[in-house]
Design a protein around this ligand. Structure first.
Ligand code: GYE
Length: 606
């Protein structure tokens, strides 16, 4: 049953009702005037309705951030077990979300708050939606090019910023396409109609209108109709079902196309139950996939939406082909063990290959899996580039591909989902720890031990680390070389750096623990004290790193979770059952320093 927080029930009635239920979830909604949010709320209700002992209480902030803060406070007083919040204004709501997160699990829907003080974020990739829309508009205009009017949602809101940036990024590549102007219409159809009428007087020669949601695209359409303008095309976002929903507008030829933007309501309830039941492998972020809808696929897409969620039990034993990139580190060995164990636990037949960090061997493995007609292919790409051809072969063979751990430099239409970490954030965390713990030093020379050249963790950890360092000029990377994620190479590189820089090194940033442990050996052999003369921060959080912290030789390690097996098998089963996966599933991680090493070590699983 769902309750709107009306405040009329007596304390005693609430207590009685509370005893009958297992979980009480509070849902704080930003407003209920945007059609998209009405659908989100309905989805949450429908999904919650499937669970007898689950109660959901809703609040509506009516577009007021202050009211939403009060709503959250009230829900906490009411003793909710979990909060689902779709923030009106992400930065304004960040403090109260962090406060709630200290007490109960919190799921943030749609607009991410600042930082990581929440259990799980579920939402779309607005930048990617903007890029997809840009590509579609460019294709529609073709070689002749043309003029665009962009209708934005609420000024300054993160979805607007990200969609516009993604769109602009693509349009900038076309010299003959021009964005004549942008207007804000707060997600509202009528406001878009009014704004469009004004702007058409200024720019009657517009070819395409790109609106940040379907209702505004419809408003713009109405304006052109009223002014008797022909030949203008309209592109929207949301792709909601129902009358005046984006799907119908595409069917009626009012929109040339739209991009679905799933609300995440259903997933939020499903994950809320997993979290409240203390299920393992709860991710930190779920990024939902957006699909392009045009006249060509709207009927098929609508039918799929109306079909009951398939849950076909695979008639045969599911066969998963997994190409592992190598066995270069403790992390990698733990990752392989997690995948093998989870396949066994889930009764999935696993064809597992290792490629000694050689891309050509991985490509060969994937080709073999295609020949063997496995149900699903998954692989950890040793480097980001060079996968287009073989992934196209898998696509042509109709075999879905899951990217595990590291990413590929391709459009996300080339694979079904990515499961792994936010490597940029790991790099930021390593730098933040170093800056916080070496405060007051006037000059900190850092040696960076990079991971495999061209691999996502090496590229993104470096990017995140340098992003933070830019704010602290006294911290400088004076030497940086790849140690290929291995202990031996880490030692060799550190020896070279000590030779080149002598003792004028105050810190080491190693992209993984194995290289850090190699560096510790080199530093000791040079007569210096690792962890004291030279501060060392690394990434992975393996048991070996904890032991090095207990020995005082390593100062901090940023977690990167290798235990991706359970999530991978869950994704494989979802795929084989015919259901769509989020485009990205990002793992949840922490930072560990010497102070907590002794307490945490007994709980480390790898
Ligand atoms: O940090 C390192 C391994 O891809 C996240 O690869 C993984 C990295 C991990 O060699 O230890």
């Amino acid at each position: 049953m769902t309750l709107f927080f009306s405040g009329c029930a007596t304390e005693q009635e609430r207590a009685e009702e509370r005893n009958q239920i297992q979980f009480l979830i509070g849902v704080s909604q930003a407003n209920l005037i945007e059609p998209w949010r009405v659908v989100m709320t309905r989805e949450i209700k429908e999904e919650a309705g499937k669970h007898k002992h689950l109660r959901v209480v809703f609040t509506d902030a009516a577009q007021s951030s202050q009211k939403q803060i009060n709503d959250v406070e009230k829900l906490l007083q009411q003793g909710i077990d979990l909060l689902i919040i779709s923030p009106n204004d992400a930065s304004v709501l960040t403090p109260v979300v962090a406060k709630a997160y200290k007490k109960i699990p919190v799921i943030v829907l749609d607009r991410a708050v600042e930082g990581y003080d929440y259990t799980l974020f579920i939402g779309p990739d607005n930048h990617s939606i903007g890029k997809q829309a840009g590509k579609f508009v460019a294709d529609l205009l073709g070689s002749r090019g043309g003029n665009i009017i962009e209708i934005q949602g609420l000024n300054g809101s993160p979805p607007v910023r990200d969609r516009s940036e993604g769109f602009q990024e693509v349009i900038d590549k076309y010299g003959n396409i021009k964005i004549l102007d942008r207007v804000a219409a707060d997600w509202q159809r009528d406001k878009a109609e009014d704004e469009m009428k004004k702007i058409l007087k200024k720019y009657p020669d517009v070819d395409i209108v790109f609106a940040h949601n379907d209702p505004m695209a419809l408003g713009a359409y109405k304006a052109t109709r009223e002014l008797g303008l022909q030949g203008v095309s309209f592109v929207g976002i949301d792709g909601l079902p129902g009358a005046n929903g984006g799907l119908q507008l595409v069917k009626d030829g009012i929109l040339q196309g739209t991009f679905t933007c799933p609300t995440g309501g259903k997933e939020a309830v499903q994950y809320a139950i997993d979290i409240l039941n203390h299920e393992k492998g709860i991710p930190k972020k779920i990024i939902l996939r957006s699909n392009k809808i045009t006249r060509d696929n709207v009927a098929l897409y609508t039918d799929r939406q109306n079909e009951p969620v398939p849950n076909v039990k695979a008639k045969h034993k599911i066969v998963l082909g997994f190409s592992q990139l190598g066995r270069e580190s403790q992390w990698r060995l733990a990752n392989s063990a997690s995948i093998k164990q989870a396949a066994k636990d889930e009764g999935i037949e696993l064809l597992f290959t290792e490629a000694d960090q050689k891309q050509e061997l991985q490509i060969q493995s994937i080709r073999d899996f295609i020949k063997q007609k496995v149900d699903v292919i998954a692989f950890a790409p040793v480097v980001e580039d060079g996968w287009e051809e073989v992934l196209q072969e898998a696509k042509t063979a109709g075999i879905p591909v899951i990217i595990s751990d590291r990413t590929v430099n391709l459009d996300d239409s080339m694979y079904t989902t990515f499961i792994g970490a936010d490597f940029e954030e790991e790099g930021r965390r390593a730098a933040r720890w170093l800056v916080q713990n070496m405060q007051g030093r006037t000059n900190v020379n850092i040696v960076e031990l990079q991971g495999t050249v061209g691999s996502t963790p090496a590229i993104d950890r470096k990017k995140g680390f340098e992003e933070i360092l830019r704010e602290h000029p006294q911290f400088k990377i004076v030497d940086s070389e790849t140690g290929d994620f291995t202990r031996d190479e880490g030692k060799k590189v550190m020896e070279d750096c000590l030779r080149r820089n002598g003792t004028d090194i105050q810190a080491v940033f190693a992209h993984n623990d194995d290289m850090a442990l190699g560096a510790i050996e080199a530093i000791e052999e040079s007569g210096l004290k690792p962890g004291k003369d030279i501060v060392i921060v690394s990434i992975d959080a393996t048991k070996n790193a904890f032991n090095a912290m207990l020995a005082g030789k390593l100062n901090c390690t940023v977690e990167c979770n290798p235990l991706l097996g359970p999530q991978l098998m869950k994704a494989v089963k979802t795929l084989v059952a015919g259901r769509q996966l989020p485009v990205r599933i990002i793992t949840s991680e922490e930072v560990f320093s010497q102070e907590v090493a002794r307490k945490e070590l007994p709980y480390r699983k790898y």
